[in-house]
Design a protein around this ligand. Structure first.
Ligand SMILES: CC(C)(COP(=O)(O)OP(=O)(O)OC[C@H]1O[C@@H](n2cnc3c(N)ncnc32)[C@H](O)[C@@H]1OP(=O)(O)O)[C@@H](O)C(=O)NCCC(=O)NCCS
Length: 221
């Protein structure tokens, strides 16, 4: 039995997968996101866990990005007969040091690691962002809200990147599991960190629209 608080959501998810629902964050999620960002295991590959003020500021930036762009970081809830349980966040963002790109990012509570939830959530975001036609998604187990589909269609993304500190083995494994491609020539030292920092070296993975189309066609065959 999960110890996390379970809630019955009245708001509609923007994305649904067989086991998960993704929501635009509201004030009701603020404490869960702060708990996530304060967890030393979750934040092991970041400079340090966030204080509640820092988590609050991150939460406000997430909310502002949704209001500005119509997409962003979504909260992920695990669905069960008892209700919906907060497991983490997954989403799309424009990196501060490369705002012309769109990255996918993820953070899950340790209780939810090793169960394929991050893969399931991230795969749905990649599919929705690169193939936002709801007809195309039929049969994939992914349901996309009409509003988000319209936003992502207008955006017309050709590629999504994901980057992480090279020491973040679990996050890199997730990128590979999603079928993202990696060229070591793309790896870089993070511009906001000292080159001697243990987190400085970053690996960069990509998923193109063409590759996503090929992967989804193969999965349906
Ligand atoms: C990165 C992160 C999201 C990866 O989470 P994860 O639990 O390793 O990834 P998944 O949920 O996809 O789980 C995959 C594992 O679940 C297993 N699994 C169990 N049930 C499964 C199922 N039904 N379907 C798929 N996989 C399943 C897989 O075999 C795999 O096992 P393995 O790790 O032994 O190979 C998580 O470690 C995290 O939140 N880290 C902290 C935050 C962070 O560093 N974010 C990235 C910053 S750039």
């Amino acid at each position: 039995m999960l110890m996390e608080k379970m809630t019955m959501e009245s708001r509609s998810p923007v994305l649904r997968t067989p086991r998960l629902a993704l929501f635009v964050p509201t004030d009701a999620d603020r404490a869960d996101v702060a708990r996530l960002c304060a967890d030393p295991q979750v934040m092991a590959c970041f400079p340090r866990p966030l204080t509640s003020d820092e988590a609050d500021a991150w939460f406000e930036r997430i909310r502002a990005a949704h209001a500005r762009d119509g997409f962003g970081v979504w909260t992920v809830k695990v669905l069960s007969a008892e209700g919906e349980t907060f497991a983490g966040v997954v989403g799309l963002a424009r990196p501060a040091f490369a705002p012309e790109r769109v990255e996918i990012l993820w953070r899950f509570l340790p209780n939810f690691w090793g169960r394929g939830y991050a893969t399931e959530a991230a795969r749905s975001v990649l599919a929705a962002a690169l193939l936002p036609d709801r007809e195309v998604l039929k049969g994939t187990g992914i349901e996309l809200s009409p509003d988000l589909a319209a936003t992502l269609e207008r955006l017309g993304l050709e590629e999504i990147v994901a980057f992480t500190a090279a020491v973040n083995v679990r996050s890199e494994a997730l990128k590979a599991r999603l079928g993202m491609t990696h060229d070591p020539a793309d790896d870089f030292d993070h511009p906001a960190l000292s080159p001697h920092d243990r987190l400085s070296r970053h690996v960069l993975y990509r998923m193109s629209r063409d590759r996503m189309v090929k992967m989804s066609t193969k999965r349906r065959d």
